[in-house]
Design a protein around this ligand. Structure first.
Ligand code: ASC
Length: 152
């Protein structure tokens, strides 16, 4: 047992480091489904805000803020699901380069998260011009990651 202990410790440490992302999903396909589901929801709520920003729907402070809070919450969710080995193949737009540039990937993810938090702050102020500007910043942070790591 004394000899086994360091081996076991090493094993759990390695699983902890490399297995962290995919340990959250029973199957790799679930990770793909999970991140697509989150991105679908983000796009739905982003679209509802876009309609108000583009004056295709009337601006309602509470409704806008609710959507902004939903996007802020969702923005925290999908990242581990992108880092599951092997899920850059098949029915996904994820570029393999995301695995090689994990630091860049997570930097862009964190910028997006921060921009969504700033949008919530602006949304609660109800200042439409500031909201519009910040909504644009959120959009830019979506694009920055998509243009680098999404193939379509
Ligand atoms: C969306 C969506 C994107 C982003 C992007 C923001 O709703 O599907 O890819 O927003 O257009 O710039």
């Amino acid at each position: 047992m004394k000899k086994l202990l360091p081996i076991l410790l090493c094993f759990f440490l390695l699983v902890g480091v490399f297995g962290a992302a995919h340990a959250q999903f029973a199957k790799p396909e679930f990770a793909v489904k999970y991140r697509k589901s989150v991105m679908f929801l983000i796009a739905q709520h982003f679209g509802r805000m876009a309609a108000m920003v583009n004056e295709k729907a009337s601006y309602n402070k509470a409704v806008f803020a609710d959507n902004a809070m939903v996007v802020e919450t969702l923005s925290r969710l999908p990242w581990p699901a992108f880092m599951v080995p092997g899920t850059d193949k098949g029915d996904t737009a994820l570029k393999s380069s995301a695995f090689e540039q994990q630091a860049k990937f997570s930097e862009l993810a964190q910028i997006f998260e921060k921009q969504t938090t700033d949008l919530v702050i602006k949304a609660k102020s109800g200042e439409f011009d500031a909201i519009k500007t910040q909504f644009g910043e959120v959009g830019k942070s979506c694009k920055a990651c998509h243009s680098q790591f999404r193939s379509q």
